[in-house]
Design a protein around this ligand. Structure first.
Ligand code: 5AD
Length: 350
């Protein structure tokens, strides 16, 4: 590690901010020693805020029907080989019941942009979950909707919303998405969600096609300035039935390095060790936690539909990825010194 990199890491720890050029230097100048130093610092600040606690979120993939055609995504509308499904209210409530018994106190409803889930349908589901489980947080991850829709869902009781910004570069955004989608609309959604009082999560894929250090540095600057409560990052993994089939996957190494940087930018952030990270490396989740992540999101979807929510090939859906294996997950976290807890795990309010 050069003295320049060491000085940048020191300054990042002190100021929780760097310039875009400095973020780029930190990325390009990395080596194993820098990664170890960043991870040790990230672990220390995370322990100050959260101790050794790791929060679990029960992920319910409510629909793989999507009106969008994102070039990287396996459930894009033009993928004719995707077997489509949707869960209805009763299925979702059954997932929650099972999840609650397993110790989950956050339910994340994630899905494609499926017109079935109108505001009426969705607010009814959110209200039903909040009525049955008043001690639980409800997180939505349903893509881009109107301001009014986000307001109604919030009013119905939704606490958090995950919407990855995907890339902070408008030009890069345009290369990952079809013409009818826009960076400006993504930003409008994120700003509105924050204004409505949701705990908001943004994020991006590491190693997405056409991404260079410049784009990653812009992502870090965006995350620094937007100050989301949650940041989801995971490696890009190609899906054979998409235009990006031939692109290489992102790496565990760079994902973990960036997790440490993000932890140092926002010590209080809730950072998941994502399914994608666990999917490209059997120890991916543990590596993510050791780099500074403090959330895991096992799958609570009914077993029959799990394989169909295939955003990328070889996506984990069973083993430790399934909520039913939370006992084993607890053991693997304990083995590296972390404790899975049954708590809502909200963002600390001050
Ligand atoms: N590889 C990794 N992550 C993906 N996502 C979508 N497709 C892929 C892929 N091929 C991520 C996107 C999206 C989230 C739900 O999943 O970042 O926001």
């Amino acid at each position: 590690m050069t003295e320049t990199i060491r000085a940048l890491i020191d300054r990042l720890c002190e100021n929780h901010a760097l310039s875009v050029e400095e973020y780029a230097q930190l990325i390009d100048g990395r080596d194993g020693e820098a990664a170890r130093l960043l991870a040790a610092r990230a672990d220390a600040v995370r322990r100050e805020v959260y101790g050794n606690r790791v929060f679990i979120r029960g992920l319910i993939e409510i629909s793989n029907i999507c009106k969008n055609d994102c070039l990287y995504c396996g459930i894009r509308r033009s993928n004719r080989s995707c077997v489509r499904y949707r869960l209805e209210k009763d299925d979702i409530l059954t997932c929650c019941e099972e999840g609650y018994a397993l110790g989950f106190r956050t339910f994340v409803m994630q899905g494609g942009e499926d017109a079935f889930f109108t505001d009426e349908v969705m607010t009814d589901i959110v209200r039903a979950i909040k009525a049955r489980y008043p001690d639980c947080a409800v997180t939505l991850s349903l893509g881009e909707r109107g301001d009014e829709s986000y307001a109604r869902l919030r009013e119905a009781g939704a606490d958090r919303y995950l919407l990855r910004h995907e890339t902070a570069s408008p030009a890069h955004y345009a290369r990952l998405h079809p013409a009818e989608m826009s960076f400006a609309n993504r930003m409008r959604c994120l700003r509105e969600l924050k204004a409505l009082g949701y705990q908001v999560g943004c994020g991006f894929m590491v190693g997405s096609p056409h991404q260079t250090t410049r784009e990653l540095a812009a992502d870090l600057k965006f995350i620094e300035e937007f100050a989301p409560q949650m940041v989801g990052i995971g490696p890009f993994i190609p899906h054979a039935a998409t235009p990006f089939a031939g692109h290489p996957a992102g790496t565990v190494e760079l994902t973990c390095y960036l997790l440490s940087v993000i932890r140092l930018i926002h010590p209080n952030a809730l950072l998941p060790a994502t399914t994608a990270l666990g999917s490209i490396d059997p120890k991916g989740r543990e590596k993510g936690i050791l780099a500074g992540a403090n959330v895991v999101m096992p799958n609570l979807s009914p077993a029959a539909v799990r394989k169909k929510y295939e955003l990328y090939n070889n996506k984990l859906s069973d083993g430790d990825e399934s909520a039913q294996c939370v006992a084993h997950l607890r053991q693997s976290m304990a083995a590296i010194g972390y404790e899975i807890v049954t708590a809502r795990g909200d963002y600390p309010s001050n």
